[in-house]
Write a protein that binds this ligand. Structure first.
Ligand code: PHE
Length: 373
């Protein structure tokens, strides 16, 4: 590209018009051929090179002999031309992109780079599955704090102070609480049941909620225990709720989770906040009830605790509600009744996926987690 410097015959507008139109054409034609990075660089040097660039040579030549009043319009024309050149350099053509890919040697026949999207943790997935079953029955979800007060975790649930039933919960206490009244002392919640109390204080019946969440107990870790684990709580309070509603609801939920062939049975049990209380067993999902190692040859697997809400719980709730409205009578056990249930998420997840050690869920080991992808 060695064009000569064009001559400017006069310094009026029509002469400018003609001369710069010729230059603009020159730029346009050359920029159409900018298909490689090398061609682009040559074009840049040819026009914008600091000493021998065509723009510099022409503007030097024309401005040198220009009368003073022509300098400004001439300068503006050169600026426009410069912009045109820069735009041609900024917008690499599709041809440039393809050619430069080829220059870098991209082999489109190689397998692509796979991006692995994240998946929900198997415990979270199990919680969602259980919660979904109850959402279909018209339940909604409530959550509560993991650091809880003695009142919500124990007292309002009819665990009197120093009652031996508290020992079964292996509570992790928060340090430095001795100066506080016992009901305000903080602890890590040992179950999701305190959210029953929080919900009823905040809301009059009808109540239908499930409460998924983390709970903490001072348990030594082994293949089936962990000091931090997950529960899903359920609470239903309304007029005329009976034990058969509880049985029907849980029987339906177990069939929805484990398959319609699953049977349930209820055994008398004890929880301070339910009366009567029951433990629920389901027919073994591995052997169908004939007996195997998983069900210790009994044909049944214990899965959850439940019962009818104890009137003493309604009494605690009413006492709290009356601090706000002295006439409150929403949880009068003469008018309403309810049931509650609670289950361990890890246990269900272990059964559904055949996991033999609870520790796998918390290890963060990709070889374990990837199996759920
Ligand atoms: N909160 C009880 C536990 O953790 C389970 C339960 C919940 C029992 C609701 C009955 C009703 O052991």
């Amino acid at each position: 590209m060695t064009e000569t410097i064009p001559q400017l015959t006069s310094y009026d507008a029509p002469a400018f018009e003609a001369a710069f139109a010729t230059l603009a054409d020159e730029v346009r034609q050359q920029s159409a051929a900018l298909t490689t990075p090398e061609a682009q660089e040559n074009f840049r040097l040819h026009w914008l090179g600091r000493k021998q660039g065509r723009l510099k040579l022409i503007s030097d030549a024309w401005l040198k002999s220009a009368p003073p009043e022509a300098r400004k319009p001439l300068g503006m024309r050169f600026n426009q031309l410069k912009q045109q050149i820069e735009q041609a350099l900024e917008a690499p053509t599709a041809a440039t992109a393809t050619t430069s890919a080829a220059v870098q040697g991209i082999d489109i026949t190689l397998p692509g780079l796979t991006r692995h999207p994240g998946i929900p943790h198997p415990l979270l997935e199990t919680m969602h599955e259980v919660v979904r079953v109850f959402h279909h029955l018209g339940y909604s979800t409530n959550l509560g704090p993991q650091v809880e007060s003695d009142f919500y975790n124990f007292e309002a649930l009819n665990f009197p102070p120093n009652h031996p039933a508290r020992d079964t919960q292996d509570t992790l206490q928060i340090a430095g609480q001795q100066a506080r009244p016992s009901r305000d002392r903080l602890l890590m919640r040992t179950h999701t049941s305190p959210v029953q109390i929080r919900t009823m204080i905040a809301q009059a019946p009808p109540v239908r909620i499930v409460i998924p969440g983390k709970v903490h107990r001072n348990d030594a870790a082994d293949a089936t225990h962990s000091p931090i684990f997950h529960q899903i709580e359920g609470l239903c309070v309304d007029t005329d709720i009976t034990f058969s509603d509880l049985k029907g609801t849980l029987d339906h939920a177990m069939k929805a989770l484990f398959g319609s062939a699953v049977k349930t049975r209820f055994f008398p049990s004890f929880f301070p906040f339910t009366e009567p209380s029951a433990d629920v067993q389901i027919s073994c999902i591995f052997c169908g009830g004939t007996g195997c190692r998983k069900c210790k040859h009994s044909g049944w697997i214990e899965l959850l605790g439940c019962g009818m809400v104890d009137p003493a719980v309604f009494a605690s709730v009413t006492e709290e509600r009356r601090k706000i409205n002295p006439d409150d009578d929403a949880y009068n056990p003469e008018k309403i009744s309810g049931f509650a249930f609670g289950m361990g998420v890890e246990r269900i997840a272990m059964m559904l996926h055949g996991v033999s050690d609870i520790g796998h869920f918390y290890s963060g080991d990709m070889r374990f987690l990837e199996q759920f992808a």
